[in-house]
Design a protein around this ligand. Structure first.
Ligand SMILES: *Cc1c(COP(=O)(O)O)cnc(C)c1O
Length: 458
């Protein structure tokens, strides 16, 4: 094959001519036209125009790249259950049914008993309050929004927020507690040191300018060694004595005990409420396994005051989120935690994962690259339970470029490379995706080899 020659004097082809030569793609026509123009403009600037066929191929590649930016379903083989880049929590069928029902008209703000205007989110708030053993609940767009709402509310009259230096943390991309505080107009009053803060430190800092006492859960890291800080109950008692609101930013929001499978205790919103927090906020799409949302639970008076803030209007959730939240929370409230994909993945047993892995590997025998069963370590992810590594099972092969190829498959597969090998952790792959996973391997590794399709016995 000869290299396509680039000729500086050759003119770029006409847009229409290129458009006519393209293989159809699933992108809106104006976007296709814009991409053709961009590619041609780049070639014109470079003053090096390849032959027509090569121009068309370049355009086709750009179209393919643009098409990959469309939101689409992927197979998560990373072993990270709550993966922010992959959309955090996968929703449960109950949440999906909720979305489906609410998508058309729904009783979002109508009381069906009297036909008058009803409270938006009234039912889901009631469920959340029950789940967390709190008097009341409110739902906003995410946990960051919940925290900003609380900070703005309590610091309007008294600007100072008291927080331990050990909790001035960064949660994820663009979420740093000191910056959130500054953006909310609060004045940061740091107490203690990075590794040690005492109740006395808090007590000394409390004064007439204190708007609230804030505790931020160290959800995504842990400290060991010469460390100490007062417990939530102690802080709650101090705040109560000094008549200052006590807000806990919990983040993770575990709906049930994690000790059983994780061997590690993650505080639940219900526990923190019981320990005396005025308000607790947590994410909807972490351990709760729901849609992106920020949940605030706590005293009825305080929750109502937050909801009266004009700023609350800017943070309110749409009907689809509320419907997904309703399905998610009703399930947890009924004790049916295992129906939630996050909980199901966290507690899936290794034996069944291995059985699936063997079946997948068997049906991939004879490909150009040998695929085998391996051991893996899955994680909860989403900045939760950072210490917990869950034994898992992988489908693995030599790494040579496989990661990129599988990302480009019809159903993109995302795995990870470790020890010179490419791995797919099956804990985060839905059993219903096993076929698509096999198809993706076949598509990219060896199109000629056809094995008989696997059948699921479960
Ligand atoms: C994840 C987390 C947040 C941010 O939650 P979002 O819902 O992503 O806004 C805030 N605080 C803590 C402690 C967290 O773990």
């Amino acid at each position: 094959m000869t290299r396509p020659t680039a000729n500086p004097r050759r003119a770029v082809p006409a847009v229409d001519k290129v458009l006519a030569a393209l293989v159809p793609v699933a992108l809106p026509r104006p976007m296709v036209v814009a991409i053709v123009r961009e590619v041609l403009a780049t070639l014109r600037r470079a003053q090096s125009v390849p032959g027509f066929e090569e121009v068309v191929q370049q355009v086709q590649r750009s179209l393919q790249d643009a098409g990959r930016a469309r939101l689409c379903s992927v197979i998560n083989g990373t072993g990270i259950i709550i993966h922010t880049n992959l959309g955090r929590a996968p929703l449960s069928p109950a949440a999906l049914r909720g979305i489906n029902e609410a998508a058309g008209y729904c009783n979002l703000e109508m009381d069906l008993t009297d036909g008058k205007r009803g409270g938006r989110a009234a039912h889901v708030e009631r469920c959340l309050a029950l789940l967390c053993g709190a008097e009341a609940a409110a739902v906003v767009n995410n946990c960051a929004a919940a925290l900003v709402l609380a900070l703005r509310h309590y610091t309007a009259a008294k600007p100072e927020v008291i927080i331990s230096r050990g909790e001035l943390v960064q949660i994820g991309g663009g979420f740093r507690i000191p910056e959130i505080l500054a953006a909310s107009g609060a004045v940061l009053r740091e107490v203690g040191t990075t590794n040690r803060t005492t109740l006395e430190d808090y007590s000394r800092a409390l004064g007439p300018k204190t708007g609230l006492l804030l505790q931020v859960h160290r959800s995504n890291f842990f400290m060991e060694g010469f460390v100490a800080s007062p417990g939530t109950a102690e802080l709650a008692a101090l705040a109560k004595k000094k008549r200052v609101p006590f807000v806990v930013d919990l983040g993770s929001g575990a709906p049930c005990d994690t000790d059983g499978w994780a061997g590690e205790h993650e505080p639940t919103p219900a526990e923190v409420i019981k320990q005396g927090a005025t308000l607790v906020c947590f994410s909807g799409d972490k351990l709760l396994g729901g849609p992106q949302a920020g949940v605030i639970v706590g005293s009825a008076r305080h929750v109502a005051a937050l909801k009266r803030e004009p700023f609350f209007r800017a943070l309110r959730c749409d009907k689809l989120v509320l419907a997904a939240m309703q399905g998610t929370v009703e399930e947890h409230l009924s004790g049916n935690h295992a129906a939630n994909p996050v909980q199901a993945m966290l507690s899936a047993d290794v034996i069944s994962l291995r059985r699936r892995a063997r079946r997948i590997v068997k049906s991939l025998a004879g490909l150009s690259l040998k695929v085998s069963v391996g051991e893996g370590r899955a994680q909860a992810g989403g900045g939760t339970l950072p210490r917990v590594q869950i034994p898992s099972v992988t489908v693995s092969c030599e790494s040579a470029g496989v990661a990129g190829l599988l990302r480009a498959a019809r159903t993109p597969v995302i795995g990870y490379v470790a020890g010179n090998r490419f791995h797919i952790d099956l804990r985060t792959v839905f059993p219903s995706q096993d076929r698509a996973l096999i198809a993706a391997f076949r598509e990219v590794l060896n199109r000629e080899t056809i094995q008989k399709p696997i059948t699921h016995e479960e």
